[in-house]
Design a protein around this ligand. Structure first.
Ligand code: B12
Ligand code: SF4
Length: 271
């Protein structure tokens, strides 16, 4: 099976102004899990490489994937829909899947578009894996938790309890040299040390997605990933993209202790 994952174009003058281009960790996590099962995966991060709709459509036609999987938050929805529609034109046999925060909560509306076959709701790692395995074997999609089609909606998939069991995001599929923060010329690495938040600020989507709960990775696993970013991707700046990185002081201290115990600082490692 060949899966093409796409972060659709997003030309925000605000983010251009502050010089922020960050990796789409969600689809990179899903890609990593698919790869552990031998699935061939490619990622197009359109905002990072300035790819327009025509170029994406050509890539879809050339790659001829079995599944096109597109990520979307609310502001990128129009762009995600355009990528879905043009992907259908370019590769009519591919199953077109949308996932991410916006599709999770608006799937009945989105499925009115006949160029979208399926929505993955909630965390995508194991839903996509099962979905791809089921498509490959010709099994019963009604048994895959966390999806919606025009014909049926399956029960929610419980959130992943132990985040340490997921592989690191498949950054080797991303254009790592194109990411930057505040236009700085420093190679940047982003990571997530936990998911969710116990609070419920009215403007925030976190608790709707994850429940009112913060799940934390172990300090050991987080520092392993920091090492991986510095050693394998030459990151000189690390940015945590958590909703609530500082909420659990004990775990922050554990991360600091773990860094001290390993006797390194990023600057020492790069010298
Ligand atoms: C880092 C970040 C940014 C960065 C970088 C964006 C990027 N490239 O990742 C910047 C600062 C640019 C940014 C900007 C904005 N952001 Co922001 N951001 C985040 C943040 C903190 C982390 C994203 C992340 O990496 N998550 C970790 C991964 C593992 O989770 P995930 O992306 O949700 O992916 C999982 C599932 O959603 C699902 N999934 C996702 N995509 C797909 C696709 C398929 C096919 C499948 C099957 C599944 C799937 O599976 C993934 C793995 O489990 C999130 C909050 C959060 N903690 O998630 C907010 C968040 C995504 N941002 C949000 C918002 C509102 C914005 C802005 C609109 C803010 C603004 N007013 O300008 C802009 C929109 C810009 C844009 N194009 O995204 C909201 C989106 C809510 C919504 N309604 O869609 C969030 C959820 C914050 C919140 N808690 O409300 N953001
Ligand atoms: S993540 Fe931040 S904004 Fe969202 S509910 Fe928690 S504290 Fe509020």
């Amino acid at each position: 099976m060949k899966v093409l994952m796409i972060n659709p174009p997003y030309n925000s003058s605000k983010y251009r102004f502050i010089g922020l281009v960050a990796p789409p960790l969600g689809i990179a996590y899903i890609a990593a899990v698919l790869e552990t099962d031998g699935v061939e995966v490619k990622i197009i991060d359109a905002p990072a490489v300035d790819m327009d709709y025509d170029a994406i459509q050509k890539e879809v036609a050339n790659y001829s994937p079995d599944v096109v999987a597109i990520t979307s938050v609310t502001p990128t929805l129009p762009s995600a829909l355009k990528v879905a529609r043009t992907s259908r034109e370019a590769c009519p046999t591919a199953v077109i899947v949308l996932g991410g925060y916006h599709p999770t909560f608006t799937y009945p509306e989105l499925l009115k578009n006949d160029y979208i076959d399926m929505i993955v709701r909630g965390e995508g790692e194991y839903t996509m894996l099962e979905l791809v395995q089921t498509l490959q074997k010709g099994g019963d999609l009604r048994k895959v938790k966390g999806i919606a089609t025009r014909e049926f909606t399956t029960p929610d998939r419980p959130v992943i309890d132990d985040l340490d069991t997921i592989p690191f995001p498949a950054r080797h599929l991303l254009p790592m040299d194109d990411y930057k923060i505040m236009n700085m010329k420093l190679p940047v690495g982003t990571l997530i040390s936990g998911r969710g938040c116990p609070y419920q600020c009215s403007f925030c989507a976190s608790s709707a997605m994850h429940g009112h709960k913060l799940r934390l990775r172990s300090a050991n696993g987080v520092v392993d990933e920091m090492e991986h970013l510095v050693d394998d991707h030459h990151a000189e700046m690390l940015a945590f993209m958590d909703d609530t990185f500082c909420l659990n002081k004990k775990r922050i201290n554990q991360i600091c202790e773990e860094i001290k115990e390993r006797k390194w600082t990023p600057s020492q490692r790069n010298s």
